[in-house]
Unconditional design. Structure first.
Length: 649
């Protein structure tokens, strides 16, 4: 089967599941789940076939179809189409693969076990089961369409569909006020960035007359697009990436998105919504390269977000929110790499992160499903009752911390090497390296804290819950065990001592116009230093929360107000609430008062004056013929007198 046919299968399989669920399976919950799992499964198999052709045979696809013709004023045709290259093939694998495992896991997660007073279990299915799988099918289709788009227009359409689906799924339990508010917060915050993205679309169309990536690449290669135009266009596109990938200062929606079901969080954080922003920067990387100032902005925001979000992950007690801040931080790492010129490093970390972050969320979901709480202070000792979940989370946590030989180490090391070798961020390179290395320590510390608080020590929660804590059911456990495989192995795809043709960097970059100099080199001193920092972070976490030889309370007091600021999200939520609720609403009220007092006052004053004038002259309109005759006669007399006086003068 050719690439075009495979691309259609990848898109149509989950879309068909969505349509059938929406029309036929709203009440047949088993059918709804089966259709979505089957649709995503078919998309995954087709993605494997695409990867095999692209990697093994060097196959490529770039096909466009006319969508809209603007005539007769201008003879321009807007096209949409599909593109498959190495970057597309990699993203298709992670999106469809993670989504398939999440769909299977969700079947068990949406069934809750409750125990009566006699200890007898009762299974309850979530009432929105069919609705959940319907939206998940649309979510997966939207992200796959975004990845396959061969131009900015179709990418933007699917981008907005991804935003819609995230809104629906974050607010899945819409009867909970917190979930409804979180969904609105995510939707509105990302719209701020999307407005910049839309301006970027219009600007690039105005300057070039095309949305297609291949045409834009050719214009850049021929130096037809001035660097200033590329810089402005790239920065406007980056606004959308800042919103979607929760980069500072539009990061505030991501922690609240945890109000949705945990499998939704896994999909959003691992392979769909937040991955879209990084993918957009990677896909339009040629524009950023042509405008080097934009690269510096991307690197600075990414580096700052990495360390900034990590500080909030240190102090949070909600296990899902710690994972959320971790995602925000790791996305910052990816942006840092892309801004530093490391396309391979940034996208490889996106690829590896999708697997072990999905595993982290699914294991967190298993813990929540079993214990009924998300607060790590009410957990402890779970290793004895959930050994499979424990080992899965431990491996994923160590991968996130950057412990070799797990996948996260190789991709994180690639980012450090990309920053170290970067020719684009020379002026701020020491600062960016400091951000990246400090974040290594912080990441290892908060992941160690999660592991020791959740699985170590003794149970600290409700004593009545402990007898019922159990390992995740097989339908949830097996997807987690499958995810262990890529968590351990996929990092070796970019193993620095292997054959060069095998390396991920060579695979992704060999089809790019500006591929030279992007593949990072291995720096043993950086690797050893980062390993030492990661180990130090884990050791400190063990000392504070495992062995408890260091008082966590004493450390908290030592940091004083910084701890409170980090726990309070550094005040950004309060700042935005004040800006919107006080400043902006106050400004709107001032404008409304001006409109009522001045604009409406003038208009209404003219109306009242007109009415008064009419009332003043109303007595002249009597309806009596003799009165009108006297008026005409009097008028003639006045005219005659005026003529006589005028003739004498």
């Amino acid at each position: 089967m050719g690439l075009f046919a495979l691309a259609l299968v990848i898109l149509l399989a989950p879309l068909t599941a969505f349509v059938l669920n929406a029309l036929l399976a709203r009440r047949a919950w088993r059918l709804a789940g089966a259709l979505t799992i089957a649709g995503v499964g078919v998309a995954f198999l087709a993605s494997l076939a695409v990867f095999a052709q692209v990697h093994g045979q060097g196959a490529r696809l770039d096909v466009s179809f006319p969508w809209l013709t603007i005539a007769p004023l201008v003879s321009r045709s807007i096209e949409i189409g599909l593109r498959i290259d190495p970057l597309t093939a990699v993203m298709l694998l992670s999106v469809s693969g993670v989504s398939l495992l999440v769909q299977i896991y969700s079947w068990g997660y949406l069934h809750e076990v409750e125990y009566d007073e006699h200890g007898h279990p009762h299974v309850h299915r979530d009432p929105g089961f069919s609705r959940y799988y319907t939206w998940m099918a649309l979510f997966t289709f939207s992200m796959l369409g975004l990845v396959l788009a061969n131009g900015l227009l179709l990418l933007f359409i699917c981008w907005e569909l991804v935003g819609l689906c995230s809104y629906l799924l974050i607010g899945y339990w819409y009867t909970r006020p917190a979930a409804a508010l979180a969904a609105k917060k995510a939707f509105l915050t990302t719209r701020v960035g999307d407005f910049g993205f839309m301006l970027g679309l219009f600007y690039l169309w105005w300057q070039t007359g095309t949305f297609t990536f291949s045409t834009l690449e050719a214009l850049v290669a021929n130096n037809t697009i001035p660097p200033l135009v590329a810089t402005i266009g790239a920065l406007l596109l980056f606004c959308g990436a800042v919103g979607k990938s929760a980069q500072w200062p539009l990061h505030v929606w991501l922690p609240d998105a945890m109000e949705g079901p945990t499998p939704v969080s896994a999909l959003i954080h691992a392979a769909t919504m937040v991955a879209a922003g990084v993918y957009l920067v990677a896909r339009s990387f040629f524009l950023f390269q042509h405008g080097p100032e934009a690269m510096v902005v991307v690197a600075l925001i990414g580096g700052f977000t990495a360390i900034f979000a990590a500080t909030m992950g240190l102090v949070n007690n909600d296990i899902k929110r710690v994972m959320a801040y971790s995602t925000c931080s790791q996305l910052g790492y990816m942006m840092l790499a892309l801004g530093a010129g490391g396309l391979a490093a940034g996208t490889f970390h996106l690829f590896t992160h999708s697997w072990f972050k999905a595993l982290l969320f699914l294991t967190a979901g298993a813990v929540i499903h079993s214990t009924g709480t998300q607060d790590m202070r009410e957990m402890g000792g779970l290793r004895a009752k959930m050994p499979g979940t424990f080992w899965a989370m431990t491996l994923a946590g160590l991968a996130l911390a950057g412990i070799p030989p797990l996948a996260g180490f190789w991709s994180k090391d690639g980012i450090l090497g990309a920053v170290y070798d970067s020719p684009t961020v020379v002026a701020v390179k020491p600062l960016l390296l400091a951000f990246a290395l400090i974040t290594v320590f912080l990441t290892a510390f908060y992941m160690g804290r999660v592991l020791f608080l959740t699985f170590g020590g003794q149970w600290r929660g409700d004593a009545h819950v402990w007898p019922h804590v159990h390992e995740a059911p097989a339908v949830m456990l097996w997807p987690m065990l499958v995810l262990i495989v890529p968590t351990v192995l996929v990092g070796f795809w970019n193993y620095p001592f292997g054959p060069g043709d095998f390396a991920y960097g060579h695979f992704v970059e060999r089809s790019l116009l500006h591929a030279h100099g992007l593949a990072e080199t291995f720096h043993p001193e950086l690797a050893f230093f980062s390993i030492a920092l990661a180990v130090a972070g884990l050791v400190v976490a063990w000392a504070m929360y495992g062995a408890r030889v260091v008082s966590a309370a004493a450390v908290t007091r030592a940091f004083g107000p910084l701890y409170g600021w980090a726990l309070n999200r550094w005040g950004f939520d309060h700042l935005y609430n004040w800006l919107v609720g006080t400043v902006w609403v106050g400004f709107a009220r001032g404008i409304a008062a001006f409109d009522l007092a001045v604009i409406d006052g003038i208009v209404n004053g003219v109306a009242r004056a007109t009415v008064a004038l009419g009332q003043a002259f109303r007595p002249l309109q009597t309806g009596q013929v003799q009165t009108y005759a006297w008026v005409v006669f009097g008028g003639l007399i006045v005219v005659a007198i005026a003529i006589m006086l005028g003739s004498r003068i």
